[in-house]
Every structure is written in structure tokens, then in C-alpha cells.
Write a protein that binds this ligand. Structure first.
Ligand SMILES: Nc1nc2c(ncn2[C@@H]2O[C@H](COP(=O)(O)OP(=O)(O)O)[C@@H](OP(=O)(O)OP(=O)(O)O)[C@H]2O)c(=O)[nH]1
Ligand SMILES: [Mn+2]
Length: 180
């Protein structure tokens, strides 16, 4: 694919995700716009892990649109194609399930997910854990934060061997939290 076409495809994803997440905010003290998260996840993949795979970067930008907005997989497939959509599908929790079950399934599904989905999930976890290191999300107890670190370690253990740069950064956090 020509470089110009790659850039067009990426900007389409940034624009689509920005529109879909436009009314959402992160749970930090600044109520940061939610779109900072998917953009930051894509940036971890490009700037920290050197990933240039367009499918992975598109999936990173779109990864929370179905889970957290009214976006459907059909809509994604029509606009961005089946390959990107399948990666988003792999990293999307089924919100109809109770939270405990969703958390359990992330641990179960991590080891058998595709390489592309593992990369997105690793960057997603790194971004969220860095946020947690900066402050407690609105409405969270310190116990809930601790549980999130422990659970994340179990998910990440199933994603290992796919991206040393990101795994190394995650390990620094797990070591600092006494989990390794
Ligand atoms: N650390 C942190 N997380 C925030 C903040 N604002 C929103 N989030 C989102 O909260 C989710 C984690 O909170 P949970 O309570 O465990 O997730 P749930 O809402 O799906 O049950 C993450 O979803 P996710 O990206 O889908 O990842 P995952 O945790 O489901 O894998 C994360 O993006 C914030 O300020 N700090
Ligand atoms: Mn996310």
C-alpha cells in the first residue's frame, strides 16, 4: 500500500474514534477526553514498540469504540474491513456479562488470541496501568486499584512473548507493585 493511503486510513480511524468517544471522559482528576486513551495506545505501539503494522494501529485506535460507545462491529467492518474489525472483536469485552466474568474471560482468552490482538491488549494494559500509577480513577477504592494491578498481571502473563518493549515496561510496573 502506498504511504499516502496508509496515512489516510489511519486518519480515518482517528477521526471515527474521536467522533464516537466525543462525549466520554477518562476517570482521572482532569477528566481527560477519552480519545486520549486510544491515541495513546496507538502511540505506545508506534513510538515505544516500533510497530508499523497498519492493521494493529487501526485496531488500537478503534479498540474501545464497540465496548464503550454505540458502535457496532457491522459498522466497523463496512468502514474499515474485516481484518481490522476481527482484531477489535478479539479485544472487546462482552458488556452483557457481569464484570467478574468479563475479567475471568480476559485471562482465559489472552493466550489464544492473535498476535495483533495481543499487541493491542499489551499496549492497552500499559496505558491503563500507567494511568493507575498516576492516580486513583474517580469512584475507585485503593483496594480496587490493587485488584486491577493483580488481575492485569494475570492477563499480561497470557500475552507474553509478543512484544519485548511493552512487556519490559509492564514488568517495571509489576516489580514496583511487588507482583514480580
Ligand atoms: N486506569 C484508568 N482506567 C480508566 C480511566 N478512565 C477510564 N478507564 C477505563 O476503565 C477500564 C478499567 O476499569 P474496569 O472497571 O476494570 O472496567 P469495566 O468498566 O469494563 O468493568 C479500562 O477499560 P479498557 O481500556 O477497556 O481496559 P480493560 O481494563 O477492560 O482491559 C480503562 O480504559 C482512568 O482514568 N484510569
Ligand atoms: Mn482500552
Amino acid at each position: 500500500m502506498a504511504q499516502g493511503d496508509v496515512l489516510i486510513d489511519l486518519i480515518e480511524c482517528v477521526d471515527f474514534a474521536a467522533i464516537k468517544h466525543r462525549n466520554q471522559r477518562r476517570k482521572d482528576s482532569d477528566s481527560t477526553p477519552y480519545i486520549n486513551h486510544p491515541i495513546g495506545v496507538a502511540r505506545i505501539l508506534t513510538s515505544e514498540a516500533g510497530i508499523k503494522d497498519l492493521i494493529v494501529l487501526q485496531a488500537a485506535l478503534l479498540h474501545d469504540t464497540v465496548e464503550d460507545t454505540e458502535t457496532t462491529f457491522e459498522e466497523l467492518e463496512k468502514k474499515f474491513g474485516k481484518t481490522v474489525t476481527d482484531v477489535v472483536r478479539e479485544v472487546t469485552d462482552d458488556k452483557s456479562l457481569p464484570s467478574e466474568e468479563r475479567k475471568r474471560l480476559q485471562i482465559v482468552h489472552a493466550p489464544t488470541s492473535s498476535h495483533e490482538a495481543k499487541l493491542v491488549k499489551l499496549a492497552d494494559k500499559l496505558y491503563n496501568l500507567r494511568d493507575l500509577c498516576k492516580g486513583t480513577p474517580r469512584g475507585w477504592s485503593s483496594r480496587r486499584c490493587e485488584e486491577y494491578f493483580k488481575w492485569s498481571k494475570k492477563v499480561v502473563d497470557g500475552l507474553r512473548g509478543n512484544c519485548p518493549a511493552i512487556e519490559n515496561e509492564l514488568d517495571k510496573i509489576f516489580i514496583a507493585k511487588g507482583l514480580m
